[in-house]
Every structure is written in structure tokens, then in C-alpha cells.
Design a protein around this ligand. Structure first.
Ligand SMILES: [Zn+2]
Length: 195
């Protein structure tokens, strides 16, 4: 698997076929998926209005990769700053990180993990990622409220309003949900969700 920037360049390369560019967008999403791969993919298809027939609007692929890239760059800045902070802490003999590592370890595959691919926040990814990082870093989050939208919810359940699960990517769907999700994913993957 090549890097996110290399794949993003392919998505933006209008000399490639739309199918190749879509495949590169998928690779980008495998590298960076704040809601988990499926929910992030669904978000991009809906928000960028990627049509079933890609020839009808190849620009949609650019809108999608731009949104993903902007959020990833924000995340990368925080990751770089965090690594520098850790170096400094280690140099001064502090072995345990001052800041929780949770957001950091989920960062690329589920910072705001949504088990249901069709239920996720609608705001631009960069807005949600910033809000989540701020909430995790402040350490003052209310465990009974969703960090993204503020809805009251149980710590063991996904938010009923925006779909984000506080347990992160480790939160597993039950077998009934998994069966429904297989059919649901077919529909999402064929982009049978955009008019
Ligand atoms: Zn929520």
C-alpha cells in the first residue's frame, strides 16, 4: 500500500480513468478514516455527491479527496506536535505521557468511530476531527455525553444522534447488525445512495 499523498495525487490526476481515481480514493480512505472505513466512505460519497456513473461528475472525486486531505493534515499536525511533546517529556524523565493516548492511537482508523456506516456526523470532517482532538486533549469531557454532538448517551453505546461510539473501533456490532451491514455495504459501495 502506498502513501496517502501518493494516492491523493492519483485521485486528482485527470489523465487517469475515473475508476482508477475512485480506487485511489479508496486507498486514501484506508489510510485515514476518522469514522472507520465504511462510515467515512459513506460520508465522502454523500458529501461530495459521488455519482454512480463517475463520468457524470469526475470533480466529485476531487471534492472528496480534498475534504479527507484537509482533515488528515490537521490530524498530522497534532500527531507531530504530540510526538515532539513526548520527546520533551522523556528528556525531562517523564515516562508516562501527560496526555491520554486514546485519540492518538485511534487517529487514523476511527477517531470518531461509527459502527453504522450510514449514521455519522454530517459536518465537514475537519470540523469533527478538531472538536474531537480538543475534547480528548482537554481531558474534561463528560463520559455520559457524546464528544461530537453533546447528546446524552450511555458510555457503552453509539450516540443515537450522530452515530459516534465512545468505545472506538473496538466496539463490535452484534451478529444481527453485521448481517444487515453486509447488505447495506453493497448499496453504499455501488453508490446506490446518491441521486
Ligand atoms: Zn453524537
Amino acid at each position: 500500500m502506498t502513501s496517502f499523498p501518493a494516492q491523493a495525487r492519483r485521485v486528482r490526476d485527470s489523465t487517469l480513468t475515473p475508476a482508477w481515481r475512485l480506487s485511489a480514493l479508496r486507498e486514501c480512505t484506508l489510510h485515514f478514516a476518522p469514522y472507520g472505513f465504511r462510515a467515512t466512505w459513506h460520508h465522502l460519497v454523500v458529501n461530495a455527491r459521488i455519482p454512480r456513473r463517475l463520468d457524470a461528475d469526475p470533480q466529485a472525486l476531487i471534492r472528496a479527496v480534498d475534504e479527507l486531505d484537509t482533515a488528515r493534515q490537521l490530524m498530522m499536525r497534532h500527531v507531530t506536535a504530540y510526538a515532539a511533546q513526548r520527546q520533551q517529556e522523556k528528556a525531562t524523565g517523564r515516562r508516562v505521557p501527560a496526555e491520554t493516548l486514546r485519540w492518538y492511537s485511534w487517529g487514523f482508523s476511527g477517531l470518531a468511530y461509527c459502527p453504522n456506516p450510514e449514521l455519522h456526523p454530517h459536518e465537514p470532517l475537519v470540523v469533527v476531527v478538531q472538536r474531537l482532538i480538543d475534547a480528548h486533549r482537554s481531558g474534561a469531557a463528560d463520559p455520559d455525553r457524546c464528544l461530537v454532538c453533546g447528546t446524552e448517551r450511555r458510555p457503552s453505546r453509539a450516540c443515537p444522534t450522530c452515530g459516534v461510539h465512545p468505545g472506538g473501533p473496538a466496539a463490535r456490532a452484534d451478529s444481527g447488525q453485521r448481517a444487515r451491514q453486509a447488505e447495506q455495504w453493497q448499496r453504499i459501495w455501488s453508490r446506490d445512495i446518491v441521486d
